[in-house]
Design a protein around this ligand. Structure first.
Ligand SMILES: [Ca+2]
Length: 477
């Protein structure tokens, strides 16, 4: 029997509550709706890290960032780390990565046989394939800070060229073309869209598409309610003097935040159009039913919640992402409420491609949940970044900072995470249990790190050791 195909689609920085299947009814995402309606919607998926590089590394290797040393951007998986594209490639799959991978160095293959590169929208200076495409069309790629209305909107401009030149359209068109040309052999492809990551830059013709919708208001945080907020704000304020950003998003007015959100949603609809093109190709080639489609994002975006922007912390808007799975054996229109992590994706990809799992894999495969969504595979999920970590049990979320700061949220009773209860004596038992779990997780990661960095004993050292042991044994006691 012919092997099944894998089409892994990611967006960048897409929080979960940004699609109709997660309650945002006005969103126009017919193709994502189709995938959701014909597959399984995971309602509780958390990322391993609230930042691009670390989160994506776990999607590649099925290990937490602290095990493989990728706790911040600009780090890379150590050479020899088993990654799914390489493993399925050895099993006869044709593999490609199309779009933004955020590898370091940015243009490496990363275990894929082929890449069509379109990196982060703010990294406009990288001569990637999108850059070449624009050049061939006589266009320049300038910094998004030069796009119309960037400064006055604090980072929600509109795209400077025609829609067909937008990075998300380039990624979708490249992917559709690749699938059209190559989709005959079993394939495993990662298509990675640069949006809805900031700048929130839909094409001009789409910038007003959510103008008359009831845009959700940001969650109001306050320093009194959450004493960690000052530390968090300080981190985001850094962006004003950064040449790539040139704005301080913490100064945003309600109207500016509203515009961020409208533009953010428009770029998701733009991506959805592109996903439609890919689905059409798979339908035309009659391979849609033999293809697994997995859709998720590498982390969310606060979009003004708690006075914050972008990512880096562990609020729901930053660590909870959409996850849709469609394909052979996946029940149509099904949902799964169990707690899952993006560390569970890589072993699932290997199951989908009937490829062997390396011993290094930490996460369990999501296949078990696809077969039985009621039977949990994780009691806890973890998320990591340099100097801070989170554990979540599906109700309580505990975060520990290197400064000693703590957060404890009862996400069930306080879904907006307004009240930090880390000093609430009635919850000290729960806090203590979660803290233990976090320590156990970090210790497990540490011991796995030791295993992977242990160097085989040098033959001469081994000879001396053996000789000494022999000598000791020959001494009469
Ligand atoms: Ca990202």
């Amino acid at each position: 029997m012919k092997k099944k195909n894998l089409l892994f689609i990611t967006t960048d920085q897409q929080r979960q509550d940004s699609m109709p299947c997660y309650g945002l009814d006005f969103m126009k995402t017919p193709n994502l709706d189709w995938i959701a309606g014909n597959g399984m919607v995971f309602n509780n998926c958390y990322v391993t890290a609230p930042v691009c590089g670390p989160s994506r590394s776990a999607m590649m290797c099925g290990q937490y960032p602290s095990v493989v040393g990728t706790l911040s951007n600009d780090t890379n998986l150590p050479e020899g780390t088993p990654v799914w594209p390489e493993i399925v490639g050895r099993e006869g799959y044709q593999t490609a990565a199309i779009g933004k991978m955020h590898f370091t160095p940015w243009d490496q293959l990363g275990g894929f046989q082929e890449r069509i590169i379109c990196e982060d929208k703010r990294h406009f200076y990288l001569p990637d394939d999108h850059y070449t495409f624009l050049k061939h069309n006589g266009l320049d790629r300038s910094s998004p800070v030069e796009f119309p209305e960037y400064q006055e909107s604090l980072g929600a401009p509109y795209f400077i060229h025609e829609k067909k030149f937008h990075p998300d359209v380039f990624v979708a068109d490249s992917a559709a073309q690749w699938l059209g040309t190559n989709g005959d052999e079993p394939f495993a492809v990662w298509v990675s869209f640069p949006s809805p990551h900031d700048p929130y830059d839909p094409p001009a013709e789409m910038k007003d598409m959510y103008e008359h919708c009831e845009i959700p208001e940001p969650i109001q945080g306050s320093v009194e309610a959450n004493y960690m907020l000052e530390e968090q704000l300080a981190f985001v304020r850094d962006t004003e003097n950064n040449s790539v950003f040139q704005i301080d998003p913490t100064k945003a007015t309600p109207e500016q935040i509203r515009r961020w959100r409208k533009h953010y949603y428009a770029t998701i609809s733009l991506i959805d159009e592109g996903i439609g093109k890919m689905l059409d190709v798979l339908r035309e080639k009659s391979v849609l039913e033999d293809t697994y489609i997995v859709f998720t994002s590498d982390h969310g975006d606060a979009l003004g919640d708690h006075g914050l922007s972008y990512k880096y912390y562990f609020y729901e808007s930053m660590v909870k992402v959409p996850l849709l799975v469609y394909g052979p054996g996946v029940a149509k229109g099904s949902t799964c409420d169990s707690l899952v992590s993006t560390v569970n994706l890589m072993p699932m990809f290997l199951d989908m491609c009937e490829a062997p799992k390396p011993k290094t894999v930490q996460g369990k495969s999501l296949m078990a949940l696809i077969e039985n969504p009621e039977k949990p595979i994780n009691n806890y999920v973890f998320s990591e970044f340099l100097g801070r970590s989170m554990v979540y049990d599906g109700r309580y979320k505990y975060v520990h900072y290197i400064s000693g700061g703590e957060e404890l949220f009862d996400v069930q009773e306080d879904p907006q995470e307004i009240t930090n209860r880390s000093k609430d004596e009635t919850l000290f038992g729960i806090k203590s249990d979660l803290k233990s779990k976090l320590i156990e997780h970090m210790l497990e990661c540490q011991s796995l790190l030791k295993q992977r960095t242990t160097v085989e004993t040098h033959p001469e050292r081994k000879r001396i050791d053996d000789e000494y042991k022999q000598m000791r044994m020959s001494i009469p006691s």
